[in-house]
Design a protein around this ligand. Structure first.
Ligand SMILES: Cc1cc2nc3c(=O)[nH]c(=O)nc-3n(C[C@H](O)[C@H](O)[C@H](O)COP(=O)(O)OP(=O)(O)OC[C@H]3O[C@@H](n4cnc5c(N)ncnc54)[C@H](O)[C@@H]3O)c2cc1C
Length: 428
């Protein structure tokens, strides 16, 4: 593609996953103008998924080891990084962004890639002794320095993040209690069969689950440094550290303050399928953005690595006037309890589940796939230690190919053969 728009400036607000992908696509698509990235954190963009996994477990892992691009990349691609600074608002009519230090940056196009921040509880202020929230590399490093084999740890929230943290801390030898208000783990995002399997596996790993309960009272004992928690079912815990992992809030206030439409339900910055907001030269991508879901017609905000990458690519292409290829089928992964768990699509209500492989929490190396069907058409898939099988069935979900549930469950039939037959039958 010829070099283009060399006199234009694209400003990216935020310097996380979406920002890193956006700058890469802008340059690879031939944008030759100025790219400025303003990031609140002092590091170049880094991957967040390792913060609850490898980076916590590895005592020597540092931020450079999880950076998305090298310093050389930014230098060679002539991308101006303005780090350790925040944008406080944009003046949309003048196309100017204001920074907290009074600096002003004029732009032709602006991309909000501001992500989100850990949802906080007033009872446990951010940064107070023995209280942890995990969103940034600094948060993870602080927690890592606190974790010892003898540490007693409580985690508020049994979502994907809470369970990843529980799993990693348990591997490090800590005593882990997870407190979850819902009566089962992850039922909002995953099928009940999986939830039951995960709960049992967590218990077998040594994690104590307190389901259907909340903290009723807590008290810090300054002499011992112990935090005493009383649950609303009367159970009492004494812990050295508490992690609050109850979700995240999108960073959309600056957009709202600047006249960019923010969805009252999802609190994300409203964008169309090309990442464009209500202001024609302002775009948004990643955890801060909300889009209408093609299946349900409802606005959703996805918090995943793949979504940040895809929305960033699409917004970058749209900014350059290229018609973007549609977003890839939604995919998410998590590593916990010695398992790699991957999902395609969303586990929505009304799906009927069929399994391939044994759903056994005792198995040393469990391997199974759950397929969520509507009228035998797969809409959702979850694979435990079966990434290859998930890759093989992906086309069935993308093309909405009806399957025979019993044939899918038959592990004597190789998965690729099953997919080939189902696809051929659909074509006839
Ligand atoms: C601990 C952890 C583990 C995860 N594990 C997984 C996983 O296993 N699988 C998966 O699919 N996803 C995972 N995710 C989610 C995934 O990392 C996020 O969806 C992704 O990072 C979102 O990218 P983003 O660019 O939208 O936001 P972010 O990566 O949050 O980046 C936003 C950046 O913008 C900055 N910023 C905000 N406001 C301003 C401002 N006004 N001015 C300047 N800068 C600003 C922020 O400081 C931040 O650096 C995990 C997330 C976390 C936190």
């Amino acid at each position: 593609m010829p070099e283009q728009n060399s006199n234009q400036t694209i400003l990216i607000i935020g310097n996380g996953q979406a920002a890193a992908m956006a700058v890469q696509h802008l340059r690879s698509q031939g944008f030759a103008g100025s790219i400025k990235v303003v990031g609140q954190e002092s590091y170049p963009a880094y991957e967040r998924p390792p913060l609850s996994k490898a980076m916590l477990a590895d005592p020597v892992a540092d931020v450079p080891s999880i950076c998305i691009h090298s310093r050389d990349f930014y230098d060679t691609a002539k991308i101006e990084l303005i780090l350790g600074k925040s944008v406080t608002r944009i003046e949309a009519e003048q196309s100017v962004a204001m920074l907290e230090d009074g600096q002003q940056i004029s732009y032709d196009y602006c991309l909000f890639a501001t992500g989100g921040q850990a949802r906080q509880l007033a009872a446990y202020p951010y940064g107070s002794p023995c209280v942890h929230y995990i969103r940034t590399a600094d948060d993870a490093l602080r927690l890592r320095h606190s974790l010892r084999p003898e540490t007693r740890l409580a985690i508020l929230g049994g979502g994907f993040l809470g369970m990843e943290l529980a799993s990693t801390a348990c591997e490090l030898g800590a005593t882990v209690d997870v407190i979850e208000a819902a009566t089962a783990l992850l039922t909002r995002n995953a099928p009940v069969l999986f939830s039951q399997w995960l709960q049992e596996r967590a218990r077998l790993t040594g994690i104590t689950l307190h389901l259907g309960t909340k903290v009723a009272a807590s008290q810090m004992c300054p002499e011992s440094g112990t935090l005493k928690l009383e649950l609303d079912n009367g159970h009492q815990l004494a812990v050295d550290h508490l992690i609050v992992a109850i979700g995240m809030n999108p960073n959309s206030e600056i957009a709202a303050r600047s006249g960019v439409t923010v969805c009252p339900q999802t609190r994300g910055i409203e964008v169309d399928s090309h990442g464009r907001t209500n202001i024609s030269n302002v775009f948004a991508a990643g955890d801060c953005a909300t889009q209408v879901d093609r299946q349900t017609g409802e606005r959703v905000r996805m918090e995943s690595w793949q979504n940040a990458n895809e929305q960033a690519r699409i917004a970058a292409e749209a900014i350059l006037g290229i018609t973007p290829k549609a977003a890839a089928f939604p995919w998410f992964w998590t590593d916990q309890l010695s398992c790699n768990i991957q999902m395609l699509g969303a586990s929505v209500a009304g799906l009927q589940f069929v399994a391939r492989g044994e759903i056994d929490p005792h198995a040393a190396n469990p391997q199974f796939v759950l397929l969520g069907l509507k009228d035998n058409v797969p809409h959702y898939a979850l694979a435990v230690n079966a990434a290859g099988q998930l890759r093989a069935i992906r086309s069935l979900l993308e093309k909405k190919v009806a399957i025979e549930p019993a044939t899918f469950s038959n592990t004597d039939i190789p998965i690729k053969q099953f997919v080939k037959k189902a696809t051929a039958a659909a074509v006839v």
